[in-house]
Unconditional design. Structure first.
Length: 209
């Protein structure tokens, strides 16, 4: 009987120790703090893409106008020509880029960078740059009176680019192709660098295993 009580006492003691150990582990488990994601774009690349897209759009607008009027002129992004009926036409061309990150549309690269910063380390995002060309055509009669105005939009979608968000302490550089012409397949690669940095603030962002 004494042996039985001794055995039961030992089992109770072991159970208590295990229970206490588990509780201590739960209380002291260190939170897993996700890294801070930093994303930077090469602004020179981005400016070059915009410059090339604008130049291409302006050149195409002037070429189209000269099919009607060989004396067509261009000042900045405005092309002016006159047809055989004496109707003067002004064509104003503007270019810009829109983007999608995992199917969500953004209107600027700054918005893209902000979206990528919210992605967790180890994940992958799909980014697409789209060239948008807005053409405003205004017509005038021989007396200079405005007779009409319309705006057309053309788009050229770029290639899908997979952007991997690296683990803490690592960085990666990805080239995002930007179309630079509606009519051709020319493009300018824009480099984006993603870095995962150690989160020194911790706070409520962490999680426990």
């Amino acid at each position: 009987m004494k042996k039985l009580f001794s055995t039961l006492g030992m089992m109770a003691l072991v159970s208590l120790c295990l229970f206490t150990s588990c509780k201590d582990e739960d209380v002291t488990a260190a939170p897993v703090v996700p890294p801070v994601i930093d994303v930077q774009v090469d602004k020179t690349d981005l400016q070059l893409a915009n410059t090339q897209a604008t130049a291409s759009a302006n050149a195409q607008a002037l070429e189209d106008a000269k099919q009607v009027d060989p004396n067509a002129t261009q000042v900045g992004n405005v092309v002016t020509y006159t047809d055989q009926n004496g109707t003067k036409t002004e064509v104003t061309v503007e270019t810009s880029y829109t983007y999608t990150v995992d199917g969500v549309t953004y209107n600027s690269m700054d918005e893209v960078l902000a979206a990528l910063k919210k992605k967790p380390a180890g994940s992958t995002a799909t980014v697409v740059a789209t060239l948008v060309e807005t053409i405003k055509t205004t017509t005038y009669d021989q007396n200079g009176n405005k007779t009409g105005e319309k705006t057309d939009t053309q788009k050229k979608e770029g290639e899908q680019t997979k952007v991997t968000i690296p683990e803490e302490g690592k960085s990666s550089q990805i080239a995002i192709p930007h179309p630079t012409s509606i009519q051709s397949d020319t493009k300018q690669n824009v480099d984006v660098t993603v870095t995962s940095k150690k989160n020194t603030h911790g706070g409520g962002a962490g999680r426990t295993n």
